[in-house]
Design a protein around this ligand. Structure first.
Ligand code: GYE
Length: 614
């Protein structure tokens, strides 16, 4: 009977959705329609996806000139491909796709993206052939579950069962990795079973019955969505098993939604996984209206919700009542590079443009000075604190002081490693790991005919997230390239002269160097000086690839001395001020926003140098 009722609940939601679609389409006259948005949905058997569609429709209903057409692939990649092709024939102006399977749909999306804008929702596809990706940080989602399980264990040995979604889905792999990463320092916690129930409640219920003794033996169950968590609960309830903590994911409201299940004590906790439906429509309108400065990735915030935190989850963020200009305190790490100077200028200019009162401190590459600056902002009672953390660690204490003072903190440019992800309101950062990968990929392609390329690396400031992630991304591709060998690495702290000194040391240490990977352009320019002093031709005898894309790098490429630079945009001022104003207005901010960035080999330097914005 309860299955029929739940079906009825689902039916109500679908009926509501249909009526909303009908009403929306009826109230819009054909003459007003200027944009048609196609939504290729993976399936509608998952309540979370019904909410995604409903959010898309509700957001689109705000625009008289927009019509939305939906398709439902029913979990089939083949059908989703056909759905997309039909929408293209229909003549949609923009495609929103939530992939069934990222790998199989990637080529289709690449083809579509060649002709019209594409927003990818939820499951990331390979490469960057799309306008914008919106999703959550699934590794963090898994970590949040792991951290809560550790809290539940109280240091005692406990046994965990994991119920996953489709194993070939990237979010599932990331959630599994996140859980295990969080449990690494808790050997007393053992995962005694991991089963896939394909996101389906009934399948989760069936496998709980199939493995009844193991589930009864476990102390905690973690399911990759609330529907499967509820399925486990229903099976255990039939055996009279009560009070076994079950953690789910999604945290949607409504009948049998995760928030309701937590409220009723059926779930121990749920981890919110915003669908991104509303964000997708808002950004689609920016794209269709040719707004500039659009991000490449928006990572939405996830948080763990228990009965204790439920109240705050549903209450909206209080808008700061502002009858005076907003005050932003910003602590810059230093003035170490051309990139930093461009970043400082971008922030200053954007604050002026937006009428935001900016209090700036330059920490001259000292973390202590940066921490002192943040404390001074707290004492001054600024509305928002921004900073580009010199290094990744050592911020918990001062960020807790900012939170205790009720002042939100935005990380611009670099990220921090903190014990509580809520200490930072949002991150405006580049994907440094991808930048490192792109640098290595360029070198790999450029030297594909060579037998052996010996590479030296001039790294950024040790402990800073760009240095850590660029090195990791570069090494990931090198490790997969038989003809590339990284023979040495030495820091240059992102500073030109230290890049020069590093290169001098490397030339003394190694008789054969074929290529240099510098974590930023300034250090590459320093290395070029050292190579020339050694009587060699930079760009020819020794290839150089670096990151940032500053104007001086384009000048060096035009002179044939630098071979490639990977873009890392310093123009974070406008998105930073947007985030500040959105927060003050009471908007929920995404967890992370990554800008659009390119790769520039020397061949394009001459034509592009006049267009460079920094
Ligand atoms: O690459 C470098 C600057 O944090 C991304 O820091 C930034 C890096 C950039 O000094 O030039």
């Amino acid at each position: 009977m309860s299955r029929i009722l739940s079906f009825a609940n689902k039916g109500c939601l679908v009926l509501l959705l249909f009526l909303l679609m009908l009403s929306v389409s009826c109230t819009k006259s054909e003459d007003d329609i200027r944009h048609v948005i196609g939504v290729a949905q993976a399936n509608l058997s998952d309540p979370w996806r019904e909410v995604m569609n409903a959010e898309i429709l509700a957001a689109a209903s705000e625009y008289a000139e927009v019509r939305v057409v939906f398709s439902n692939a029913g979990g089939s990649s083949v059908k989703q491909k056909a759905d997309i092709e039909r929408m293209i024939r229909l003549g949609v102006d923009l495609l929103i796709v939530s992939p069934v399977d990222s790998r199989s749909i990637s080529p289709v999306i690449q083809d579509v993206y060649a002709n019209l804008p594409v927003i990818v929702l939820d499951k990331a596809i390979e490469g960057y052939d799309y306008s914008l990706f919106i999703g959550v940080d699934n590794d963090l989602v898994g970590q949040l579950a792991g951290r809560h399980i550790k809290r539940l264990s109280l240091g005692r040995p406990i046994q965990v069962i994991e119920v996953t979604g489709d194993l070939n889905a990237l979010p599932v792999v990331e959630r599994m990795e996140g859980l295990r990463n969080a449990l690494k320092d808790a050997p007393e916690i053992e995962i005694i079973g991991s089963f896939s129930a394909g996101w389906q409640r009934d399948l989760a219920e069936d496998l709980t019955e199939e493995h009844r003794s193991l589930f009864e033996q476990s102390d905690v169950v973690f399911a990759h969505n609330d529907a499967m968590a509820y399925g486990v609960h229903r099976a255990l309830e039939r055996y009279g098993v009560k009070n076994k903590p079950i953690i789910g994911i999604d945290g949607i409201s409504g009948p049998q939604g995760g928030l309701e299940l937590v409220f009723e004590g059926i779930l121990e906790a749920t981890i919110t996984c915003p669908t991104g439906g509303e964000e997708a429509v808002l950004r689609a309108m920016d794209i269709l209206e040719h707004q500039s400065g659009l991000p490449k990735k928006i990572i939405l915030r996830s948080s763990l919700v228990t009965q204790e935190t439920l109240a705050s989850q549903s209450s909206p963020i209080p808008a700061l009542r502002k009858d005076s200009p907003i005050t932003l305190g910003f602590a810059h790490p230093g003035r170490e590079s051309a990139w930093r100077l461009a970043n400082i200028k971008s922030i200053g200019d954007a604050a002026k443009d937006e009428g935001i009162r900016l209090i700036e401190v330059n920490a001259n590459n000292s973390q202590e000075a940066q921490i002192a600056a943040i404390r001074s902002f707290i004492d001054a009672g600024v509305d928002v604190i921004g900073f580009s953390p010199i290094v990744a660690t050592g911020w918990d204490e001062v960020l807790r002081e900012a939170r205790d003072a009720g002042i939100p903190v935005i990380c611009s440019d670099r990220t921090v490693e903190v014990s509580d992800e809520n200490l930072v309101t949002t991150y405006l950062v580049s994907d440094f790991w991808e930048e490192g990968r792109r640098a290595a990929q360029w070198l790999k392609d450029e030297t594909a005919q060579e037998d052996q390329i010996k590479i030296v690396e001039i790294a950024g400031l040790p402990g800073s997230t760009p240095a850590i992630d660029r090195a990791a991304g570069f090494a990931e591709v090198v490790d997969q390239s038989p003809h590339l060998t990284l023979i040495d690495s030495t820091p240059g702290d992102f500073i030109e002269n230290l890049g020069y000194e590093a290169m001098v040391r490397l030339l003394i240490r190694h008789s054969q160097i074929d290529a240099v990977f510098a974590h930023n352009d300034d250090m590459a320019l320093g290395a070029i000086r050292a190579i020339e002093e050694a009587g060699l031709n930079p760009g020819k005898d020794i290839l150089l690839v670096s990151i940032d894309g500053v104007r001086e790098a384009f000048l060096a490429m035009r002179r044939g001395k630098l071979n490639c630079t990977v873009e890392c945009s310093p123009l974070l001022g406008p998105p930073l001020m947007k985030a500040v104003k959105d927060f003050v207005a009471g908007e929920e901010l995404p967890l992370r926003i990554n800008p659009e960035e390119g790769v520039f080999p020397m061949e394009v330097a001459r034509e592009l140098i006049g267009t460079r914005p920094y």
